[in-house]
Structure formats: C-alpha cells, structure tokens
Design a protein around this ligand. Structure first.
Ligand SMILES: Cc1ncc(COP(=O)(O)O)c(C=O)c1O
Length: 366
C-alpha cells in the first residue's frame, strides 16, 4: 500500500466566499442550569410519548418515508386553518430557511436582514452563496421602519427576513410593520416565528397564495421537541412546490413525521406550557429590574440583558462558575456586553437570579 501524504495536502480548502467563521453554535458545556438555547424547560406530555411508542411499531422501516409528508402537513394545516399544499415540513425550521434560500437565493441574489437578529439567516445566506444587505435596528433594538424602507429600496432583496419575536432582542414585530414590508418588498418576505406562540399576534393569518409571504415555525420551543428536529412553514402553494423541488428526496424521516403529527393532538398541553413560561418570564423580568442590568421587553421565552457594572463575558464566565449557563451575545453586532437568558422552570430561574445577584455583587470592574 502506498503511504499517504499528510492529509493537509490532499484535502481542499472549503469553497471560498462561504464567510462561515466559527459557524453558529452555543457552547455545549456542562452546567446544572442550562438557559442558553431557548429550549422548553418542560418535557412533552407522557401521553404523547406513549402514543409515539405505539405508532412507531406500525412504521414500515424497510420503506422510504412518505416523500410528501402528507399526514403531517395535513395536521399542521389543520391547526393553522390553511390548506395542506400551503405547508412544508423539514428537519427543524433551520432546514426550512436553508431550503428557502436554496430555492430563491444564490449567486446574484441577496437577502435583507436587520442586525442584531437570528444569526442563521446570515449564515445560511453565506452557505447558499446569497449576498446579504444589512440594515440595523434602532437604538432601542426594535425595527425602525425608515431603516427597513431604506434597505429594501437600496438592495431590492429577493428575500427579506423578519424575525418575530426577534432573537436575541425578544420583541415581536408589529403587524403594521410586517404588512408594510410585505407591500413594499420586491421579493419574498420570510417571517421567522420560531417563538411565535409567545407573541401577541402571528403573521400566519396573512399568508395567502397571492401574497409573497412565508412564515416559519418550529417544534423546538413551545412544543418541547428540540430533540425531534422538526419545523415547517406556512406559505403560498407555489412556494411550497418550489421547496419540494429544492429539498433532497425523502429528507424527512418516517419517525419525525409520525412524532410531529401526534404532537398536534396535544395543543392544549402546549398552550398550558406557553402560559407557564410567560408567567415565569414576568417573574424573571421583575427580578432583573431589581438588579444593575439593562433589559429589553420580551415577547418570547428569553430575556436580553446587559450588566451595567461589569463586562458581559466576565459575567457569563462567572455565572458558568456557578453552574448557570446563559448565552453570551456580547460579540454580536450591536450587543456589546449583552447576555441572553432563556426562561426556565421556577427553580432554574431562581438559581439564575441568585447566581447573577452574587456575580454582580462581587464588584465593579469598570
Ligand atoms: C429565530 C429562530 N429561528 C429558527 C430557529 C431554529 O429552530 P429549529 O430548531 O427549528 O431549527 C431558532 C433556534 O434557536 C431561532 O431562534
């Protein structure tokens, strides 16, 4: 056997222009209280687990899954009051977003985003060779309609991303703003509603076949199913058909289709979890208001805050020393020193507040 040369001489460099940097991820470090990735702190109902166990026995594992995921899509369509051909499902809403840009982005096209926002919008643009037209949010981190108009007029984006509620700032985009953007944007408007059930309104209600609007949703947050990897969009039938063509065949496995369909039998449990988390969000916001930190209004299951007396990364590290993990957003555009905490169980929230109080009492370092 001929000896191989060093692998570094044989492995090509990654495709240029991806602009991926470190990629997007939150460190999966060990901590007792994990409040860094906006998951639900509450497990899905045990009845759902039992129902899945039963149905799994009926799956024809030797066969490819239903390529059109028809039963799942029909069930999702049912809860939103739309047609099955207006729903498309994939492995997490991230895959929905990626497939949207595979279908509608690419070289010579661009997407519009307003920073700070969900980093994957930009990341997926990079992966798909789509240029990014970047706007900024206002000084209070909400969307500024003049700035939105400016970017849309200047860049004429093929895809305009809005995130509502916005990750990591927390506030929902107002209905009038979404409607104006849909009226003005020259291409598709994608409203990312990963946290939609926590918000006062949803853009799903304005989706129609003749409106260039796509709303993406996920099972990872309110449905307590981040481990399942399932997301979907509600969109004009023409867009759904384009997504079907852009995705790999059989991309959504039989298990996910069954588990996701059965979850929708537990809408009331999901809504109950949303109300518990919303109540806890209020408690958390009240506790933060007593501490030397700036906070932003949240319509989601997390709260953005900025310690006034100490650098964010130092506070993040010292929280971790106390086994509390939050998200360090301090290097994200416009978020110097900011941290984001996911709303957890009452015990987790208490542990976080106690640890933060302790860290902030430890001294002023600037
Ligand atoms: C705004 C936003 N969109 C989409 C996602 C991705 O969700 P999924 O787990 O469905 O891929 C997240 C996850 O954190 C998110 O914050």
């Amino acid at each position: 056997m001929t000896a191989r040369g060093p692998t570094s001489t044989r492995i090509p460099a990654m495709r240029p222009g991806l602009g991926l940097g470190e990629g997007y991820h939150s460190p999966q470090v060990g901590a007792t209280v994990r409040l860094n990735t906006n998951e639900s702190p509450i497990a899905p109902p045990i009845e759902w687990v039992r129902a899945v166990e039963k149905e799994v026995g009926r799956i024809a594992w030797n066969r490819y899954p239903d390529r059109g995921a028809r039963a799942l899509r029909a069930a999702v369509a049912g809860i939103h009051g739309v047609r099955t051909d207006q729903v498309w499902c994939a492995n997490g809403s991230n895959e929905v977003l990626q497939t949207l840009l595979l279908a509608y982005g690419g070289p010579g096209r661009n997407v519009a985003v307003w920073e700070p926002t969900y980093a994957l919008h930009r990341h997926i643009a990079g992966l798909t060779g789509t240029a990014v037209a970047e706007g900024v949010r206002g000084p209070d981190l909400t969307l500024d309609l003049d700035e939105v108009r400016r970017v849309i007029e200047a860049a004429r984006p093929t895809v305009t991303f809005l995130c509502s509620p916005n990750n990591p700032t927390g506030e929902a985009v107002e209905q009038a703003v979404v409607e104006e953007v849909v009226a003005r944007a020259p291409g598709l408007v994608v409203v990312d509603e990963a946290y939609g059930q926590f918000a006062p309104w949803s853009a799903v209600g304005i989706v129609a076949d003749d409106v260039p609007l796509v709303v993406t949703r996920t099972y990872s947050k309110t449905w307590s199913l981040a481990g399942l990897r399932l997301g979907y969009c509600v969109a004009p039938a023409e867009v759904v058909s384009a997504l079907e063509r852009a995705a790999l065949p059989y991309h959504l496995d039989s298990f996910t289709q069954v588990a996701g369909r059965l979850a929708l039998d537990y809408v009331e449990d999901m809504e109950h979890r949303v109300s518990l988390i919303t109540e806890q969000r209020g408690r958390l916001a009240a506790a933060l208001a007593e501490l030397p930190v700036d906070t932003w209004r949240s319509d989601a299951n997390f709260v953005l805050f900025r310690p006034r007396s100490r650098p964010g990364t130092e506070v993040w590290r010292e929280l971790l020393d106390r086994s509390v993990l939050v998200r360090d957003c301090s290097t994200w555009p416009g978020l110097t020193d900011c941290l984001r905490v996911t709303v957890g169980t009452p015990e987790e929230n208490d542990a976080f507040v106690a640890a933060l109080t302790d860290v902030l009492a430890a001294g002023v370092t600037r």
